[in-house]
Write a protein of this length. Sequence first.
Length: 294
Amino acid sequence: MRLRSLLFVPGDSERKLARSAAAKADVLIFDLEDSVVAAQKEVARARVAAHLEKFTERGPTQLWVRINPVDLPEAMLDLAAVMGGRPDGIIQPKTRSPDDLIRLAHYLDAFEAQHRLGPGTTKILPVATETPEAIFSMGGFARCGSRLAGLTWGAEDLSAAVGATTNKQDDGSWSHPYQLARSLCLFAAHAAGVPAIDTLFADIRDAAGLRAACVLARRDGFGGKIAIHPDQVAVINECFTPSAEELAHARRIIALFEANPGVGTLAMDGQMLDIPHLRQARRIAAQADPPATR
């Protein structure tokens, strides 16, 4: 499963739904939540369901749906509308704790049985930091099972929930509370053995700023980033794809350890390498040819 670029597409816009595939994102997220006003929710459900039905054969782009929060009745209406279209996954917003994900997983069990889908094939990616209570249970996602596909984070809902006047420093970087949320998402994802996905970059005109944010996120250990405009996708894909030089270096490390089984420390190009270097090399090499989800 490749999760470099995840593009949000408003579910009530036929034009944006139709054009979304051209963006070449790894994941298209058909949104039924924050980008859709209450009066358009039913319209959005019908349009997303009809759009999913067009994809009888799936290509490399995964098709996901962001539903409404699982504690609201709209969530069940969303799932009832779209699960017949076999979405590859569900984005779960306003997650309060891993228990919300487990609850959603039970709902998906029933809908998969109803629509004769393979058990457990619909993955879940929670937005894990949008509520204050979520911050105190981030380590618990490791117990959520194989439906968990990754974790992402968000600052806008969280800052609104605590009454913050802004979530940014004067230089545009995240202020300290939101740096904490970002870091907790990163470590919680890796503790659960799934990718950490960085939050959106809001200024769709600032390609240089987006690139800098992607470079920083990848440096820190994030595997992908949310996009809110098709023009952001190419930059995100490029930044989260290992270069030819990185791949060659990683494969040399792997080959060196394979040629010296049972040895935990080796030298290459004047640098001492140990098992953490091998793990990182394997992670980079795996990004060149990720396994298919279905």
